[in-house]
Design a protein around this ligand. Structure first.
Ligand code: ATP
Ligand code: MG
Length: 416
């Protein structure tokens, strides 16, 4: 038997309904903030991520699905969405459109990672990007949209953590201080962090190994060494969010796994998923488009891990989505088939879920099947009913049934 690739998943019904509902909610909420969908290729030139995400990042050093195509070009399955959005912004001349540009995407990402709970090799992200605005208000906007989206799904226990990474110019000063403070304990750092020491020391802050975390906790937070401008920026973001009643918490050691972030960075964590389980990551990336060869256009955005989001969806949302039950229509005479489909069409058009019995079961077998598919009602169309221009509508929970004029079936079934 051929099996799926390790780290990929089959999203099957009924769980796939949750995915559809979450994505519909994303379209509704982000659409409400005037974000437009951008649909980008799943494969990009490898160089985009090497330059965009950063050479020393975990993603680029060990997680990318990179391959040569038949002409020997190096391609990579996108590990994240922002670099592609930046590429498309440049390539399609979006700097000529009115600024800022508000974009969102939904789709699969690929990273060759060690498998564990909530970590897959193909996973989906829902992300938004606000390009062409450098103000703290822009940060407040994207985080407000994020908060509203999560609230619309019924979340009330998620925490938004925020930090100030300062500007790239602040980085050498911070890194020098960090190394000075960690030097006496350098031997105690994990193998990865000893590699990061030279390649990408900021990543040491991000290490999930407990001993590294303890050492890092004793160091001076990055926000304390950033420029006054960067400090004022992030404080304005915090004030803007506070004015809207959106709770955020300072996380002095928070850094993101991608090199392009500066100033505002944030994460959403779920207490349910435990240590290290981040649902969403985001931040400001004012140099990315320029670094990729485009104009100087600032940006801010986030990416929600849809797989993890769905794992911790509030029960209320799941009940609403999974609680939708079909109505089955049973044509019990040959002539009833076209009436049955006309009725199914009307029920579907009115937003209900209908299915016609199409395998030719007997009434007894059909009612048994209706129970198995968890139908809430069955519409019986026998010769008697047809002759009278009626249907028998049977409530499958109560076991009661009544004859209803055909034209009233939809109204009757929409009523409860
Ligand atoms: P982590 O620290 O968990 O590795 P990350 O910093 O690599 O996350 P980002 O690149 O910021 O994550 O991606 C944003 C979100 O995408 C994450 O918060 C997470 O919810 C989700 N995500 C990232 N990698 C995976 C994965 N391998 N499987 C499932 N979801 C993922
Ligand atoms: Mg990661």
């Amino acid at each position: 038997m051929i099996q799926k690739v390790r780290g990929t998943r089959d999203i099957l019904p009924p769980e796939s309904r949750l995915w559809a509902a979450v994505e519909a909610e994303a379209r509704r909420v982000f659409g409400g903030f005037s974000y437009e969908k951008i649909r980008l290729p799943v494969m990009e030139p490898t160089e985009l991520f090497v330059r965009g995400v950063g050479e020393g990042t975990d993603i680029v050093t060990k997680e990318m699905y990179t391959f040569s195509d038949r002409k020997g070009r190096s391609l990579t399955l996108r590990p994240e969405g922002t670099a592609g959005v930046a590429r498309a912004f440049i390539e399609n001349g979006f700097a000529q459109r009115p600024q800022p540009q508000r974009l969102y995407y939904i789709g699969p990402m690929f990273r060759y990672e060690k498998m564990q709970r909530g970590r897959y090799r193909q996973f989906a992200q829902i992300g938004i990007e606000l390009l062409g605005a450098a103000t703290p208000e822009a940060d407040v906007e994207v985080m407000t949209a994020l908060h509203l989206f999560l609230a619309a799904l019924g979340f009330d226990d998620l925490e938004i953590l925020l930090n100030n990474l300062g500007d790239p110019e602040d980085r050498p000063r911070f890194i020098a201080g960090l190394k000075r403070e960690l030097e006496p304990h350098r031997h105690a750092l994990c193998v990865d962090c000893r590699r990061r020491w030279d390649e990408n020391p900021l990543r040491i802050l991000d290490c999930k190994v407990p001993t590294c975390g303890e050492l890092v906790a004793a160091t001076t937070p990055i926000a304390e060494v950033v420029s006054p401008e960067a400090r004022a920026h992030v404080e304005a973001v915090e004030q803007g969010l506070a004015a809207l009643g959106i709770p955020v918490e300072r996380a002095p050691r928070l850094v993101r796994g991608l090199d392009y972030y500066l100033r505002t960075v944030f994460e959403v964590v779920s207490p349910q998923l435990g240590e290290g389980a981040v649902i969403c990551g985001g931040g400001r990336y004012d140099r990315l488009i320029f670094d990729l060869g485009g104009p100087q256009v600032p940006g801010i955005g986030f990416a929600i891990g849809e797989d993890r989001l769905i794992e911790v969806l509030p029960q209320s949302f799941k009940d609403k989505v999974l609680g939708v039950r079909p109505v089955v229509i049973l044509p019990l005479a040959g002539e009833a088939v076209s009436v049955a489909f006309a009725l199914a069409r009307d029920l579907a058009a009115s937003g209900l879920q209908a299915q016609v019995e199409v395998t030719g079961r007997s009434l007894r077998a059909a009612l048994k099947w209706a129970g198995k598919v968890n139908a809430r009602a069955a519409v019986l169309l026998g010769p008697d009913e047809l002759a009278a221009g009626e249907a028998t509508v049977r409530d499958l929970d109560r076991g009661e049934q009544e004859r209803v004029p055909l034209a009233e079936v939809v109204g009757r079934l929409s009523g409860n």
